[in-house]
Write a protein that binds this ligand. Structure first.
Ligand code: ADP
Ligand code: MG
Length: 266
């Protein structure tokens, strides 16, 4: 067991404990999340697998409060995400506080979502400076370190359109790290990439998996999932069908739905 998943080890991470409690979410009459419970312990890597339309993106968006749950709630460490307790009910936080809280949770999107009119460096310092009110020069220094970490130290002043998809996604990962989030969410981070660019992005994510940040990754890269996940979760039709170690869920799935899905992607 690594220090990261051995919680008795003195260097084990202590922040980034994610708890999702009985989340329901509908769009009109379509029930997309039908009671999802999920716990990811500090520093752990959870990979979510599941067919298209099963609610994976919606779950990530609810965790980050980009989408509001109809019922249920999300807690990171001891903070309710997007809400505050008021007596026995949950009251939504003001937008300003939600934005600030969101800097605790990084999000990497399938389509990178970089600001096209900002350079790589400007993309990375945007949230630290605008949302966290950090010193700009310090944010720039850190952004350069992050660019180095994702192998793009020479691309600081380049605009997204001048970068390959793999490079854009690595800038997006650096941007997500810039607020020093406790939890980092990835929504199919390599799905929009040409096959030859997938490896460079997976390599960067793999390094993060050993850094102590809690990661939740939606992906169809089964080999990658087996390599880095502490826990694999299989979702279908708005519920978690089964979860366990990669060996349990990927090599010896118990549920027919999991087996059928794995056969379709492997
Ligand atoms: P996945 O990421 O697993 O493919 P999603 O969470 O994106 O699934 O979507 C689950 C279902 O919810 C799909 O049927 C999708 O069309 C629907 N859906 C997602 N977002 C919205 C939305 N904003 N409005 C209406 N329907 C949505
Ligand atoms: Mg999705």
């Amino acid at each position: 067991m690594t220090t990261l998943t051995d919680r008795t080890h003195p260097d084990a991470p202590t922040t980034g404990h994610l708890q999702v409690h009985n989340v329901h979410k509908s769009f009109g009459t379509l029930e997309v999340l039908r009671g999802v419970d999920l716990e990811v312990r500090p520093g752990e890597v959870t990979v979510i697998l599941g067919p298209s339309g099963s609610g994976k993106s919606t779950l990530l968006r609810v965790i980050n409060h980009l989408e509001r749950a109809d019922s249920g709630f999300v807690v990171v460490d001891d903070d309710l995400v997007g809400y505050r307790h008021k007596g026995n009910t949950l009251r939504e936080l003001p937008e300003r506080e939600i934005l600030k809280q969101r800097t605790n949770i990084g999000f990497v999107f399938q389509n990178f979502n970089l600001f096209p009119h900002l350079t790589a460096l400007e993309n990375i310092i945007e949230a630290p400076v605008a949302a966290q009110k950090r010193d700009k020069n310090e944010a720039i220094r850190e952004a350069r370190q992050l660019l180095k970490k994702v192998g793009l130290e020479d691309k600081a002043d380049v605009y997204p359109r001048q970068l390959s998809g793999g490079q854009q996604q690595r800038v997006a990962i650096a941007r997500a790290l810039a607020t020093n989030p406790k939890v980092l969410l990835f929504d199919e981070p390599t799905s929009a990439l040409d096959p030859e660019l997938v490896g460079e992005v997976l390599r960067v994510i793999k390094e993060l998996a050993h850094s102590g940040t809690t990661l939740v990754i939606v992906t169809h890269e089964i080999g990658f999932a087996k390599e880095i996940a502490d826990t694999v979760v299989f979702m279908d039709q708005g519920v978690i069908v089964e979860q366990g170690t990669p060996t349990q869920v990927i090599d010896q799935p118990e549920q027919q739905r999991t087996r059928a899905f794995l056969e379709s992607v492997l």
